[in-house]
Design a protein around this ligand. Structure first.
Ligand code: ATP
Ligand code: MG
Length: 376
């Protein structure tokens, strides 16, 4: 039974989409697969229209009045495709077990009861590096890290690598990391330059399959279906089918010597486990403040603001509103520095009224804004 966590603390990089559709494509390839939803947001559970009354919380919690065995909460989705649902209570486990010795082994212990009932267990992790993700990594043989080719989206991967190294060193558990490119938009020039940088940075860890941006993946999620059930001929279905094939080939063919592969991760960090974890968790919980962007562009038809805060994605959430000759947008940003640009009728440009900027390595400048708690 191969256990693979889909993890990246960066939100919205395709963890749940990858989890659901990788499980579906592994299942149609004849593998018995369990999808374990470990995200208290329960997107995989709700996305597949499953009952979330019971969850992994009922298996791990010691104070729940409804204690259950893992096998009792498993629901069938399709042929070869089962799910362990999640719900909001899963988010309370970190606090409940804060003082418990061996708390990072909870999921490992729960999964050991399955013996070899499945060929694959795929764990959909939450967008954080706390207790749940540590449990998932400890329980896994491999970590698949979805990375978008938008600028700077790879930065957070280093923190995840630190955790993987900590678990290897402190808990004596090496895992094989693999990086999966998701939401690759071949219409954008920077997708290709980022792809080159990712290839250099992650080298052997990079999976050959690339998941392209495909609206059918979004639509299938809204419909509560896997992409192969929604439209099996679309690009998204083909990409996840290819990913399943690649993974099966890796596991059947030339098996990576796991310890050696895990050694390829960045060198061990020196920090103690608890302070490191605390620092990361507190970083995740930075203060969020509304921040207003303003651009004078009387003749523009459409203006967006994109930056390090939204992985440089151009979507509805960062479309600016016209107000006379200006364009306005107020976004909730964490405290700290953010890089950004405006996209005016499809053309990227820095903020002409902001003196703080820096070269972004793509031949143009990013503006820099610093959000501080005093600015509220
Ligand atoms: N390849 C893709 N093409 C188009 N849309 C995509 C693609 N992958 C994911 N999406 C969409 O992007 C959004 C975020 O994806 P998803 O929920 O899988 O990310 P996530 O990493 O699980 O997010 P979270 O961190 O909140 O758990 C969703 O609306 C999803 O439908
Ligand atoms: Mg998710």
């Amino acid at each position: 039974m191969k256990i693979i966590s889909i993890a990246n603390q960066k939100g919205g990089c395709g963890k749940t989409t990858t989890s659901i559709n990788l499980v579906a494509t592994l299942a149609v390839n004849g593998k018995r697969v369990l999808l374990l939803d470990l995200d208290p947001q329960a997107h995989a559970t709700l996305g597949l229209d499953r009952d979330d009354k019971n969850s992994i919380y009922n298996v791990i919690s010691r104070i729940t009045p409804r204690k259950l065995a893992l096998k009792d909460i498993i629901q069938n989705v399709d042929h070869n495709f089962d799910i362990v649902p999640s719900n909001v209570l899963v988010g309370t486990l970190e606090q409940e077990l804060a003082d418990e010795i061996g708390r990072e082994m909870k999921l490992t212990d729960a999964l050991s009861t399955l013996k070899d009932a499945y060929d694959y267990v795929i764990i959909d992790c939450p967008p954080s590096l706390g207790f749940l993700t540590v449990n998932a990594i400890r329980a896994s043989h491999e970590i698949m890290i979805p990375v978008e080719t938008s600028r700077f989206s790879v930065q957070g991967v280093d923190h995840l690598m630190d955790i993987i190294n900590l678990i290897r060193d402190r808990l004596n558990h090496p895992v094989v990391p693999r990086v999966l490119i998701t939401m690759f938009d071949s219409r954008l020039r920077h997708s290709f330059s980022m792809l080159e940088k990712i290839k250099v940075k992650f080298a052997d860890m990079l999976l050959s399959t690339i998941v392209h941006t495909n609206v059918k993946l979004k639509e299938s999620a809204v419909e509560g279906k896997t992409v192969i059930a929604y439209d099996k001929y679309c690009r998204g279905a083909k990409d996840y089918y290819t990913l399943a094939k690649e993974l099966i080939a890796i596991h059947q063919g030339v098996r990576l010597p796991e310890a050696v592969a895990a050694e390829r991760v960045a060198p061990s960090v020196e920090a103690e486990f608890s302070p490191k974890m605390k620092e990361m968790v507190s970083r995740e919980m930075r203060t969020i403040l509304p921040t207003t962007f303003l651009l004078y562009a009387p003749d523009a038809q459409s203006v967006y603001v994109a930056g390090s805060f939204n992985a440089w994605a151009i979507d509805e959430s960062c479309r600016m509103q016209k107000s006379g000759d200006h364009w306005l947008s107020s976004l909730p940003l964490g405290t700290g520095e953010h890089r950004y640009q405006f996209i005016v009728d499809g053309r990227w440009q820095p903020d002409p009224t902001n003196d703080r900027s820096e070269s972004n390595g793509f031949g143009d400048m990013n503006s820099i804004v610093e959000v501080t708690a005093h600015a509220a």
